[in-house]
Design a protein around this ligand. Structure first.
Ligand SMILES: Cc1cc2nc3c(=O)[nH]c(=O)nc-3n(C[C@H](O)[C@H](O)[C@H](O)COP(=O)(O)O)c2cc1C
Length: 219
């Protein structure tokens, strides 16, 4: 059993965070969570879940969302709780994951600016040489975004953008989400069967539109 820190920010992509939380707990791990104030707004929009302005309602909502047993493995901290254990390098963790990671949080982490518990936990991971995995979601990317990601990658962080592939022929939103979550778990070294694993090319078939000729453009 390992304890992970999941920092949820105000980028789009909260279904990734929920699926990741479920998967980590299902794999027998404990998870500490903190959400930023912007994340609270996006969570309400994307998951239909009201975590309170600073995440103060999230702990109470979790059992109904992921099940009571799973929720017992999760500690939720307020975004401003810089006194919480994840703020200190003495508090051990198997990895800090920022998912989804906004460009704002990514920028602040890249320069060591820790204005809340999410950013501080990431800063601690960098200074302690522990796994820091960021799942940015933004498009298009500016030079500022790209330079910040490059700086973090050079510092040893793993930058794993929320970019689901289509080669596994996803049939649902869950398939797309799980593709990204499986990659996160793989990179953390958590054994899992969450995402479909590539088995080689299928035969082209009509339904998937593969191998069809390009339709002629009418004159
Ligand atoms: C519905 C919604 C979706 C957003 N999506 C993104 C996004 O995908 N990527 C991003 O960098 N910012 C996104 N933002 C903007 C961030 O929430 C905003 O920059 C915020 O200040 C980030 O704060 P944080 O880094 O403390 O969470 C979104 C905001 C809203 C309300």
């Amino acid at each position: 059993m390992t304890r992970y820190f999941l920092g949820i920010t105000g980028a789009s992509g909260h279904p990734y965070a929920e699926a990741l939380l479920r998967a980590l707990v299902a794999c027998g791990h404990d998870v500490d969570i903190a959400i930023t104030e912007a994340a609270a707004k996006v969570m309400r929009q994307e998951l239909g879940l009201d975590p309170g302005a600073r995440g103060e309602l999230l702990a109470a909502a979790l059992p109904g969302r992921i099940g009571a047993e799973a929720a017992r493995r999760v500690r939720v901290f307020a975004s401003g709780a810089v006194e919480a254990p994840p703020s200190s390098g003495t508090s051990l963790t198997g990895g800090v994951i920022l998912c989804p990671c906004s460009m704002g949080t990514l920028a602040r982490v890249s320069v060591g600016f820790s204005s809340n518990l999410v950013e501080r936990a990431a800063d601690v991971a960098l200074k302690e040489g522990r796994k820091l995995l960021l799942v940015p979601r933004e498009t298009p990317l500016s030079v500022v975004h790209l330079e910040n990601m490059l700086r973090l990658a050079r510092l040893g962080a793993i930058v794993l953008p929320a970019m689901p592939g289509f080669y596994h022929r996803p049939q649902s939103k869950a398939d797309l989400v799980n593709h990204v979550v499986g990659k996160i778990l793989d990179r953390l070294g958590v054994e899992n069967a969450v995402g479909a694993r590539w088995q080689g090319l299928d035969e082209p078939d009509e339904d998937q539109g593969l191998g069809r000729s390009v339709p002629e453009v009418p004159a």
